[in-house]
Ligand binder design. Structure first.
Ligand code: PRP
Ligand code: URA
Length: 207
C-alpha cells in the first residue's frame, strides 16, 4: 500500500477552508501553507538522522540532525503554493521544478519545463502537487524523476482521487503518497468530486 492518509484536526480544518468556494485567494494561500507544513512533516517522518551533541547554556545535550540531502520538487504551477511551507521545514532543501499542464479538453498532461538539481539519485525527493486527479501529471513527473535517477521519492497532495492513486500505485509502486483524503470520483472534465475546483486558479486568482 503506497497511500498514507494524514488524519489530523488541523489538516482537516485547512482542507475545509480550501474546499469552501467562498475562500478568497488570500485565505486559500494561507490554508495551503498550513496544510502543507503538516503533510510535509508526515511525509518526512522517516528521514535519517545522525546523533550530535550540542552545548546548551547549561551543558551538553544529545540531539539528532537530519543526515540526508532533501530535494523538493513542486509541479508547476499549483505545486508552488506548497513549496514555501516545505522550505520553512527543511531550509537546506534544494528545489527542482517540473512544469506540467493538463489539456483542458483531454485532461492529458504535457511537460513544458524541467530543471532538477544534480544528485537526485542520492537524495530523498519530496514531490509536491496539491491535486492527484487522473494521476497523469504525477506519473509524468515521476517518470522525469526516475529518468534522473531518483529512487527515494514520496508525494504530498491535498486532495486525491481513486483513479490517480491507482495509476501511481500501478506505474510507480515504490512511491508513497501522503494525502488527507481520497475523494469520491472524477467528473466528466476530470475534476475531483467534490474536490476543491482548480487549485492553481484559486491560488492565483486566475478563475
Ligand atoms: C493540476 C494539478 C496537477 C494536475 C492533476 O494542474 O496541480 O498537476 O492538475 O491532474 P491529473 O492528476 O489529472 O494530471 P494543472 O494542469 O491544472 O496546471 P496548473 O498547476 O498550472 O493549474
Ligand atoms: N486539477 C485541479 O486543480 N483540480 C482538480 O480537481 C483536478 C485537477
Amino acid at each position: 500500500m503506497s497511500i498514507h492518509i494524514v488524519d489530523h484536526p488541523l489538516v482537516h480544518d485547512a482542507l475545509a477552508t480550501l474546499r469552501d468556494k467562498r475562500t478568497t485567494p488570500e485565505y486559500f494561500r494561507r490554508a495551503a501553507t498550513q496544510i502543507s507544513v503538516l503533510l510535509a512533516a508526515e511525509a518526512l517522518r522517516d528521514l535519517p538522522t545522525s546523533d550530535v551533541t550540542v552545548d546548551t547554556p547549561i551543558g551538553p545535550a544529545e540531539g539528532r540532525r537530519v543526515s540526508t540531502d532533501v530535494v523538493v520538487v513542486p509541479i508547476l504551477r499549483a505545486g508552488l503554493g506548497m513549496l514555501d511551507a516545505v522550505l520553512e521545514m527543511v531550509p537546506s532543501a534544494r528545489v527542482g521544478h517540473i512544469g506540467l499542464q493538463r489539456n483542458e479538453t483531454t485532461a492529458v498532461a504535457s511537460q513544458y519545463y524541467s530543471k532538477l538539481p544534480p544528485g537526485v539519485d542520492r537524495s530523498v525527493v519530496l514531490m509536491v502537487d496539491p491535486m492527484l486527479a487522473t494521476g497523469g501529471s504525477a506519473v509524468a513527473a515521476l517518470d522525469v524523476l526516475r529518468l534522473a535517477g531518483a529512487t527515494r521519492v514520496r508525494i504530498i497532495c491535498i486532495v486525491a482521487a481513486p483513479e490517480g492513486v491507482r495509476l501511481v500505485e500501478e506505474r510507480h509502486p515504490d512511491v508513497a503518497i501522503y494525502t488527507p483524503v481520497v475523494d469520491r470520483s472524477l467528473n466528466a472534465q476530470k475534476y475531483i468530486v467534490p474536490g476543491l475546483g482548480d487549485f492553481g486558479d484559486r491560488l492565483y486568482g486566475t478563475l
